[in-house]
Design a binder for this molecule. Structure first.
Ligand code: CDP
Length: 220
């Protein structure tokens, strides 16, 4: 069974998706980490992020590995380099949507995402286009939302824990900008699938959201 979890920036997808995967014993796939890893590499190699050909070549050639949640630590590697923390930096966040709107980059990464289904029949996959494009036949689809200010506060807290001190207004502006690019791009924009179950997480705890998803999965 595939559980697709989509939603805008910092809507709580990762935390909730991981917890649902743990509770059900499913494989967890964070597709955002893949776009972030390619972005990190492009910035490291000083490739102009608007140069579609160069970025596409990088995405096609990159070896992206995401360790299983069953391992004690969840890690993300690109070409052997551990980028788990680095891909969450404000610099990567500011550039990732520019790279994610390149259609050929998406094709390369979507292929890899779909290939996981050959190995793992049961997965929780989170992103922006999972229920609409990557796995349109997913048995359970969820679309998480929260007010921009709530999302900004959550992200600011996460960033602070990682040593990045930013004003909440700056974080809010950044996520609104990213959402706009993600929702208006031509190839597979951020969108709610018509058959997705919408959860507004603004006033809900992680536990409540996880339970709502588990209930939905049990029904389907
Ligand atoms: O965790 P956060 O909500 O900040 O974002 P993420 O899930 O790590 O995704 C980072 C960026 O990758 C998004 O803003 C999108 O530009 C892109 N992305 C995408 O285009 N399609 C996906 N399936 C997942 C992420």
């Amino acid at each position: 069974m595939i559980i697709a979890i989509d939603g805008p920036a910092a809507s709580g997808k990762s935390t909730v998706a991981r917890e649902v995967a743990k509770r059900l014993g499913y494989k967890y796939i964070d597709t955002g980490a893949m776009y972030r890893a390619v972005t990190w590499k492009a910035l490291k190699e000083k490739i102009d992020i608007t140069k579609a050909d160069a970025i596409t070549a990088l995405a096609r050639g990159a070896d992206i590995e995401i360790t299983d949640l069953k391992d004690t630590q969840y890690r993300v590697f690109i070409d052997g380099e551990d980028v788990t923390e680095a891909i969450r930096s404000p610099k990567v966040s500011a550039a990732v949507s520019t790279i994610a709107k390149i259609g050929r980059v998406r094709t390369a990464l979507v292929k890899k995402q779909r290939s996981y289904a050959d190995t793992y029949p049961n997965m929780v996959v989170e992103g922006r286009d999972i229920g609409t494009v990557v796995f349109p036949d997913a048995e359970a689809k969820v679309f998480l939302t929260a007010s921009p200010i709530e999302r900004a506060k959550r992200r600011q807290r996460e960033l602070k824990e990682k040593g990045h001190k930013l004003e909440v207004t700056t974080v809010e502006r950044d996520i609104i900008t990213r959402d706009k690019i993600d929702a208006t791009r031509i190839t597979s924009p951020l969108a709610k699938a018509p058959d997705a179950y919408v959860i507004d997480t603004t006033d809900k705890t992680i536990g409540q959201v996880v339970q709502l998803i588990i209930n939905l999965v049990k029904k389907s």
